[in-house]
Write a protein that binds this ligand. Structure first.
Ligand SMILES: [Mg+2]
Length: 427
């Protein structure tokens, strides 16, 4: 059916406001919970996006690649509801895309038309490629729209995705840990996770070798160096712990094959991103050279990139990141696509608290969930004081809140922090 989709609305004249660092007195912002809903005014059939607000937390959270900053987006409707989204890293690049490219297209539109808005946003960004800051910005908006839809419908997001396939979400812990360093204390770390009920962990014991020689060569002694933490875990807890290995894309093909063969005796759960993500033929060769499943890849964006890696036969598990791949909408579509290849999903979940809650809702819904990633340091420590719900594990499992939307809001103290900068654009 023919239709016209304006890339930029001509009905509205968005007003952009850069408020700089957040603060109550400086910007006339009362301390508030993020869901300042004013009930009673709405006729839901008329709801519109009135204002889009971004918050950049400049204080980074440390991972293997250094400190990464988070961006939160708040989509406000004209009836006072607020949807919360998130993306990362390089938050200021995504902030620019939201204000310059996406906001003019979104203001005045019905936030419940998630598929149409997603397609319009993608169309507006296609000239510049389908990946990078543009798709991360779209992802943040998409997650906020799902949060909004849940609040409008009065339902938690997992119900809107099709309901629960499970109430207790199985998880593995990515070991950016606040208690034990896996490079020196892998055994105590494994025991500590088992005590918490978590029976799967991810480590990256070959990264230090790769960083020394740019992933181009591997000596026999360096293989032994990389194997040491794996052996420590097996010595400490036997086969009670599943071990996933992460490589952060550092290696070339022959080194990746050599490592894959060296770790095969240790019943490894999966091999993650052994090489850069931009060569499907290389990954096909690697998949043929090992019996261990390859998981690919948080670095792929949209169903189109995942289609290629699924067609190559390399990916035995996929791990889209909701804040990068195109949001909750696209992650659900990628999971369904993977299901047609009998491939399960282990969503990448190593960012901020909104990603964590959004991933919980998706994981509660997906028929083909494998495991959901989580980082105990994040939900026990880093998210504290930032949000109203941290999504902590209980007895080794995760679950979602039952409140409408994603079930979390930014803590009122976030708006008063000197390391948070706020911009907004409105009708
Ligand atoms: Mg990874």
């Amino acid at each position: 059916m023919p239709h016209s989709l304006p890339l930029v609305s001509t009905q509205h004249h968005p007003v952009s406001l850069h408020r700089g660092p957040a603060g109550e007195g400086q910007f006339g912002l009362p301390p508030r919970a993020a869901n300042s809903h004013r009930p009673g005014r709405t006729r839901p059939e008329d709801v519109k996006i009135q204002r889009i607000e971004t918050l950049v937390l400049s204080r980074g959270v440390r991972v293997h690649a250094g400190e990464i900053s988070w961006l939160w987006v708040r989509v406000h409707t004209d009836d006072g509801r607020v949807g919360l989204g998130e993306t990362y890293p390089m938050a200021t690049a995504c902030e620019a895309v939201i204000h310059a490219q996406l906001a003019p297209l979104l203001l005045g539109r019905d936030p419940r038309q998630i598929d149409r808005l997603w397609a319009d946003m993608k169309l507006a960004c296609e000239t510049f490629g389908h990946a990078g800051a543009e798709m991360r910005a779209i992802s943040a908006i998409d997650i906020a729209l799902w949060d909004l839809l849940g609040k409008i419908a009065g339902l938690p997001v997992y119900q809107l995705l099709g309901g629960a396939c499970r109430d207790r979400i199985p998880t593995y812990n990515t070991c950016y840990d606040h208690l034990f360093d896996f490079t020196t204390h892998a055994g105590p770390l494994a025991n500590s996770l088992l005590e918490q009920g978590i029976g799967a962990m991810k480590i990256w014991p070959f990264d230090q070798v790769a960083l020394r020689n740019r992933g181009q060569y591997l000596s026999p002694s360096e293989i032994e160096e990389g194997l040491a933490p794996i052996r420590q875990i097996r010595d400490a807890v036997g086969d009670r712990m599943a071990i996933a290995l992460e490589f952060h894309g550092y290696w070339n093909l022959p080194c990746a094959v050599r490592i894959a063969q060296a770790v095969e005796p240790y019943q490894i759960l999966w091999l993650e991103e052994m090489m850069p993500q931009d060569s499907a033929p290389a990954y096909r060769h690697l998949a043929q050279a090992t019996r261990i499943p390859l998981i690919l890849s948080e670095r792929y964006m949209t169903r189109w990139q995942f289609r290629e890696v699924l067609e190559s036969g390399a990916a035995k598990i996929v791990n889209p990141d909701l804040c990068w791949c195109g949001g909750l909408s696209e992650a659900k579509r990628i999971a369904t696509l993977a299901e047609t290849w009998q491939v399960p999903v282990a969503p990448h979940n190593c960012g901020g608290p909104v990603l964590h809650l959004a991933s919980l809702h998706l994981a509660r819904n997906l028929p083909n969930l494998f495991l959901l990633e989580s980082v105990r340091r994040h939900y026990l420590k880093e998210y504290q004081g930032l949000v109203t719900e941290t999504g902590a594990a209980s007895e080794g499992f995760l679950t979602t809140p039952e409140s409408p939307g994603l079930g979390l809001d930014l803590d009122a103290r976030v708006f008063q922090r000197s390391d948070v900068s706020v911009r907004e654009v409105s009708l």
